[in-house]
Design a protein around this ligand. Structure first.
Ligand code: ZN
Length: 138
C-alpha cells in the first residue's frame, strides 16, 4: 500500500462550539467546514494545517462511536487518518497481513472521501483510518 500523507487527525470533543473557539481564538486556525456525518453519529469541524487537517468530532448520540469513546476515555485524540493511493488495495493488503478491519469495504466519510477504519486492537492502540480522495484524480 502507499500512504501519501497524514490526511487528518480526529479529535473527540464534548462541545464542538467551545472546541472551535479554542482552535480559532488561541491557535489562530480557521474552521472552514462543519458537517454532520449521520452514519457515524457525529458533527465534525475541519481545520487545515499544511496538507493535514484536524477533524473535531462531537457525538450526536451517546451510543455512537464517538459518544462511547468519550465516555470511556474522555476527550482527546480519537483516530489517525492516512491518505492512501488506492483504498481498496490498502484494505486488501491490511487484511492479507492479518489486521482486523472495521470496514471491509470503503464508505463515504466527511468531505466526500472514501474511508475505512482498521481496528485499534491490531494497530497498536491507534484507531486508523484510510482515506482516498477519488474526486482529486480526475
Ligand atoms: Zn476521520
Amino acid at each position: 500500500m502507499e500512504l501519501t500523507h497524514i490526511e487528518h487527525i480526529g479529535i473527540a470533543v464534548k462541545n464542538l462550539e467551545q472546541a472551535i473557539k479554542y482552535y480559532e481564538d488561541v491557535l489562530g486556525l480557521k474552521c472552514y467546514a462543519i458537517e454532520e456525518v449521520k452514519d457515524q453519529k457525529v458533527k465534525t469541524a475541519f481545520f487545515q494545517i499544511g496538507k493535514t487537517k484536524l477533524e473535531l468530532l462531537e457525538s450526536t448520540d451517546p451510543k455512537g462511536p464517538v459518544g462511547q469513546f468519550i465516555e470511556k476515555k474522555g476527550e482527546g485524540i480519537h483516530h489517525l487518518a492516512f491518505a492512501v493511493q488506492n483504498i481498496e488495495q490498502a484494505l486488501e493488503e491490511a487484511e492479507d497481513k492479518g489486521l482486523r478491519l472495521i470496514d471491509q469495504n470503503p464508505r463515504k466519510g466527511a468531505e466526500g472521501l472514501d474511508i475505512a477504519f482498521l481496528h485499534p486492537k491490531s494497530t497498536f492502540g491507534v484507531l486508523t483510518e484510510f482515506c482516498e480522495n477519488k474526486s482529486e484524480e480526475g
